[in-house]
Design a protein. Sequence first.
Length: 303
Amino acid sequence: MPVRSQPAAVPDPATPTPATSRPVASDPSAPALAAPRPAASEPATPAVVVTDPARPDAPNEDSARLAPGIAVLADGAGVGPAWRAGCSHSVAWYSHALTDALAAALADPELTMRDALAQAITEVASLHADTCDLERGGPSATVVAVRERDGMLEHLVLCDSSLLLLHRDGSVRRITDLRVDEVTARERTPAAVEAQRNAPGGFWLARHEPEAAEQALIGATPLVDLDAAILVSDGVTRAVDLLDLGDDADLARRCRTAGGAQALIAEIRTAEDRLVECGAGPRKPHDDATIAIHPVGRSAPRE
């Protein structure tokens, strides 16, 4: 059996400082959870990506990119080959190409968050449109992105990866698009679920259709109200949603630093293994887990 290594922490290559609703998702009116405030002596949260593949011998289908004022995460959707029949490219290839394209598009302040995602989807589709029959099915991914612009932190969430906003008052807000959960709860077969992918009344993610970007949840929060934004794949939020390892505030607190994020993923792996041992594990016992930490508004004045 392959030996699992520690989750990898990848510093922001661009700079040591942050350079960088649900129509049916987390209720924006719901009260934010309170997270313990860090001690005054705690060092500033670095911009960093911590990631760990579901299996040491398998490619990581999550991808994250950090750039000045920008953070992007994509979680490649693990669907069966029958629903990717038109494309020879891997899910990992798609998620990594998408984060590269979206981070570049978000660098243009004239583009809205949705327009940037639409441009990125179109760009990645163009990379293999001549060699693949995308209408017969291809790889797809969930998306989370944030961008600092004009004193605000803009966000975009598409499908079931999540954004954790850590407010300066100690509260935490989680933003997740739950439409895929609603579809899987009402449909009984994989084929029925797949028929709802990027379809009216179903769930949406990034694939080859730029119109999917219009379905993304978007919003903005004043930078002066925030300490950090933490982007996480659903391999991380299963700590709360599946494994009972705390609530969203606990998740945010543990993800504030690279060391905390690595320890959290290690605990997730242990809890997953226990479920497998007792025969109570989910259909996917392990999942790629990625945490992108984006310290917010270091240049924003504190009141």
